[in-house]
Every structure is written in C-alpha cells, then in structure tokens.
Design a protein around this ligand. Structure first.
Ligand SMILES: Nc1nc2c(ncn2[C@@H]2O[C@H](COP(=O)(O)OP(=O)(O)OP(=O)(O)O)[C@@H](O)[C@H]2O)c(=O)[nH]1
Length: 297
C-alpha cells in the first residue's frame, strides 16, 4: 500500500456545508528560540475553514510549518512566515491563520542590595494572526509584584501613635527610651498587610516591529509597579524590600493606573487591556482592577 491508496477523509465534501472560524491543534510541544536559547513552548496552530464544502483542514501541514520556529530566533517576521505557510498550504480552504505560543520566560534578576541574583519566571503567550493579509501580534504576560495596603498602613500608624500617647503621656521624653520603644513590638504594635499580586497584561503590538519587546515590556511594568517580587534574598535585601514597600503603598486601583500610564508610553505597544489581582491577606478573596487603552473589544 502506498500514500496514494490511503483514504483521505479531509479531502471529502462536508455533509453540512458550513465554514468554521478556527480549526487546528492545541498544545503542541515545541522548542522555540529566544536569544538563541531553546525554550520549551506549547503551540496552538489553526486556520479558518472558509470553504464550507470541505470536510477538513490538513493538520499535518500546520504541524510541519511549525518546524520553522525551531531554527530561528522568534521575531514578528518569523511568526508571519509561519502563518503564511499555514495559508499557502491551505489555498482555497483558508483565509485566516492563527498561532499562539505559550511558555514561561525566565529572567535573571539581581537582589536589591547583596550581590546575589536569581531566576524569575513570567508566564507569557504570543498570539499572531494573519487575516485578510493583515498581520497582528498580541502578547499576554503575567508580572508578579508585591503590594502593601495604604489603608492598613495608615490604620497601623494610628495604632502606633495611640500607643505612644499611652506609653509617654505626661512624662519627659528620653532619647534612649524612645529608641528602644521604636525597636519593640510593644511600641510598634501594628503592621500593615501586604500581598503577592499579579499584573495580567494583554498587549497589542505595532504591526511592523523587528523584535518582540518582551523584556522591555516586563521591565516597564515592574518599574511602574515599584516593588517587584524578589529572588535570592539576604537580610539586607529583605530590609531594602521592606523600605521599598513602605514607600510604595498601593491599592489595586493605584497599580492599574500606574501600569496604564506606563504602558501607553512603552515603545511598540498599540493598545492594551490589563487586570491587576491583589491576593489579599486581609480576606480570602482578591482585590481586582481592570483598565484598557485604545482597546476595541
Ligand atoms: N482535519 C482533521 N484531521 C484530523 C483530525 N483528527 C486527526 N486528524 C488527522 O490528521 C492527519 C493529518 O491530516 P492531513 O494533513 O490531511 O494528512 P495527509 O492527507 O497525509 O497530508 P496531505 O497529503 O498534506 O494532505 C490525518 O491522519 C487525520 O486523520 C480532525 O479532527 N480533523
């Protein structure tokens, strides 16, 4: 038996003539190249099935086109070539091609004070489409950070003031005694709550970028937020982190506004929607804010 005798169901006519918006494969294991480093990714590859009479698309042709991603660094131009191959291999069947890659981007981050550094993982997906000869790329990135509640901080300060009144009312203030009081949990009676938080960014990129600005966008988001989560930490780093958080109190609304103002200035970004999630330690539910810019749903 040879290939010519194998039944080809995809080539048959469909019983119900109906075009489909997306047909393809999800979760294909694939190594992609970023800065010549191999990263384990998962790919979702698909095309529209515009010929409603055709029974099916040719999955293997999409699968084989993905091989291009193993050989060259990931760029918008490479994504476009892959999508063009999806369409070329489905001439007469498909007008739109879609590719989504998801992986964790690992970045080495320095400690705040000590000479240590460690790896941070950013869940990321790159979504490219070629539709009516128009090529678009979108990114989804999750950036973890730390947020300290400004309300909790103010309430804590008030308790500390009250304790000071109780402990030192109607007596001469002694420098050494106050210093010791400031260093004790009897004096500093309350601490504000803080939480590990996530910024979920969904960004539309300019159509003619040479490179995917992944690291620049993550850096812009972390700079806007101010208190990125840390990796390797000595006590000196932890103390610097405590100071940074104390000077960077934020509600989820503050975080969403800061990100909005920063990302609209980020090179290569056309539009975005974002969602920040503060996993509150005050309650068992999250505080969430959403914002968008130039975004047409
Ligand atoms: N279209 C389609 N193919 C499927 C599906 N599930 C599995 N496949 C298989 O995907 C395999 C590859 O399909 P094709 O790309 O058409 O394979 P082929 O006919 O050998 O390749 P070409 O000669 O390039 O058309 C076939 O064995 C299909 O049965 C499905 O739900 N839809």
């Amino acid at each position: 038996m040879n290939a010519l005798t194998l039944p080809d169901i995809a080539a048959q006519a469909s019983r119900q003539a109906l075009p489909l918006e997306w047909v393809g494969m999800c979760g294909i294991a694939l190594p992609v190249l970023m800065d010549s480093q191999r990263i384990a990714a998962k790919a979702d590859a698909g095309v529209s099935l515009d010929d409603g009479e055709a029974r099916g698309i040719h999955m293997s042709r999409l699968y084989l086109a993905l091989e291009m991603l193993e050989q060259d660094n990931l760029t918008p131009a490479l994504l476009r070539q892959v999508l063009q191959r999806f369409l070329d291999s489905h001439e007469g069947l498909a007008n739109s091609a879609y590719l989504r890659l998801h992986f964790d981007l690992l970045l080495k981050r320095p400690a705040l004070v000590s000479p240590l550094a460690g790896w941070k993982s950013y869940p990321l997906s790159i979504e490219a489409q070629l539709k009516n000869a128009m090529f678009h790329v979108e990114l989804k990135i999750v950036v973890p950070y730390s947020s300290t509640c400004p309300c909790s901080a103010a309430l804590s300060r008030q308790l500390i003031q009250q304790q000071f009144v109780d402990d030192f009312a109607n007596r001469p203030l002694q420098h050494a005694e106050i210093l010791a009081w400031l260093g004790s949990t009897q004096g500093i009676v309350a601490t504000p709550h803080s939480q590990r938080s996530n910024a979920e960014l969904h960004l539309r990129l300019d159509d003619f970028l040479d490179e995917l600005p992944l690291i620049a966008l993550i850096n812009d988001a972390e700079n806007a937020l101010g208190t990125a989560v840390q990796t390797a930490v000595k006590r000196a780093d932890e103390q610097a982190f405590a100071l940074a958080n104390g000077q960077n109190l934020m509600f989820c609304e503050d975080a969403a506004r800061r990100l909005n103002l920063a990302l609209r200035r980020s090179p290569g970004v056309n539009a975005f929607q974002l969602r920040v999630v503060h996993a509150e330690s005050l309650h068992a539910h999250d505080a969430v804010a959403q914002s968008r810019w130039n975004w047409e749903a």
